[in-house]
Design a protein around this ligand. Structure first.
Ligand SMILES: [Cu+2]
Length: 301
C-alpha cells in the first residue's frame, strides 16, 4: 500500500525518514520460495499480471500463508489491507491512491497487513498472516524509488475470508510484541534464518526497521539521521539497513510472521512512524522512536 509514504508526508520533518523507510521496505519481507513449514497452514497466492491482480474471491480465514507473485516486467509494491467496519472496498481503493490528504481518512477505513515493496519482476515472496475473517483489498502499484509520482497505475483486487480455517500457529523463533511505544522481544537473537512473529498489541500502527550499527554508533546517531534533514550530521550515516529484515507498518491487532536472516552484530530496531494521536490532536507529532519505541538487539553466532 502507498499509505506509509503518505503517512511520512503528513509531517514535513519526516520526509527523510520516508526515504529511508522506502529503503527499509525494499528490504522487508521474506525470502523467496521456501518449503511450507507446516502443511496444516492453508495457503493461497496473489498473482499480479499486466492487467489484473488474481486472487481467489474467497480464501481461508485464520492463519494463512500468502505467496505474492509478480508476473509483470516491472517491480511492483504489493500490499494487503483489511477493511474496517463500515468501509467499502471502493473507498479504500480510492484512498490508497489518494496521496497525502487521503492518508488520515485511510487510517480510519482500513488496517494494513504486510506489504512487500517491491516485489521484483518475476519474483515471489511469502509471509504468514492472521487474516481472522473479513474483507481485504490488494493494492499493487509500480514501484518507485523516493516519493511516488501522481497518477501511478494501481491494480487492485478484493477477497473475503468468511470462515476460520487456519488454526495452526507457525512456530516462531523470535516473538515481537509491539505496543505504544515499545517492543517486547529478546535481547539476543541467533544468527541465520529465523521466523519472526510480529503482533501489534498497540493502539496505533507499528513497524520495525533493523539497522546494523557501526562500532561506536548508537541510537542517537540513527535518530539524528532520521530527524530534520536540516539538522542531520554531515557525512554518511554510521549504520546500514539490514538486508531482508524488518516489517512495514501493520494495523492495530494484526499479526504476521516473516522470515529473515541476520549476521552476528549489534543492531538497532525502531519504529519511526509519527504519533498519529498527536496528528489527530492537531499537534506536531513526535515519532514512535522519540517516544522510546526502539531497542538494541545482539545477534549471536
Ligand atoms: Cu510504532
Amino acid at each position: 500500500m502507498r499509505g506509509l509514504r503518505d503517512l511520512q508526508r503528513v509531517s514535513r520533518r519526516w520526509w527523510l525518514a520516508g526515504l529511508l523507510l522506502l529503503a527499509v521496505l525494499g528490504l522487508a519481507g521474506c525470502q523467496p520460495v521456501q518449503p511450507s513449514a507446516a502443511a496444516a497452514i492453508p495457503e493461497f497466492t496473489i498473482e499480479v499480471t499486466d492487467d489484473a491482480v488474481n486472487v481467489p474471491e474467497v480464501v481461508p480465514g485464520g492463519i494463512v500463508r500468502v505467496t505474492i507473485k509478480n508476473n509483470i516486467s516491472i517491480p511492483m509494491d504489493i500490499g494487503l489491507a483489511r477493511l474496517l467496519e463500515g468501509s467499502t472496498p471502493e473507498e479504500v481503493i480510492a484512498l490508497a491512491q489518494g496521496g497525502e490528504e487521503a492518508f488520515i481518512p485511510l487510517l480510519t477505513k482500513a488496517s494494513f497487513l504486510p506489504s512487500v515493496n517491491p516485489v521484483d519482476s518475476g519474483a515471489e515472496r511469502w509471509f504468514y498472516v492472521d487474516l481472522r475473517t473479513g474483507v481485504f483489498v490488494v493494492d499493487a502499484a509500480e514501484h518507485v524509488e523516493g516519493m511516488p509520482g501522481a497518477g501511478a497505475v494501481h491494480l487492485n483486487a478484493v477477497f473475503t475470508a468468511d470462515e476460520i480455517v487456519g488454526t495452526t500457529e507457525p512456530v516462531a523463533d523470535v516473538a515481537v510484541d509491539m505496543v505504544d511505544f515499545a517492543y517486547t522481544m529478546p535481547d539476543e537473537i541467533p544468527a541465520g534464518p529465523q521466523l519472526w512473529e510480529f503482533t501489534n498489541n498497540g493502539e496505533q500502527w507499528h513497524m520495525m526497521f533493523v539497522v546494523d550499527l557501526q562500532e561506536g554508533a548508537g541510537a542517537e546517531d540513527v535518530m539524528a539521521f532520521l530527524g530534520d534533514p536540516a539538522m542531520a550530521p554531515a557525512g554518511p550515516p554510521p549504520f546500514e539497513f539490514a538486508p531482508d529484515a524488518g516489517i512495514p507498518p501493520i494495523g492495530v491487532g494484526e499479526r504476521a510472521w516473516l522470515e529473515f536472516s541476520l549476521a552476528p552484530g549489534e543492531y538497532l530496531v525502531g519504529c519511526p512512524i509519527p504519533d498519529v494521536a498527536a496528528i489527530f490532536a492537531g499537534e506536531m507529532p513526535l515519532s514512535h522512536m522519540e517516544h522510546g519505541m526502539m531497542k538494541m538487539v545482539t545477534v549471536v553466532e
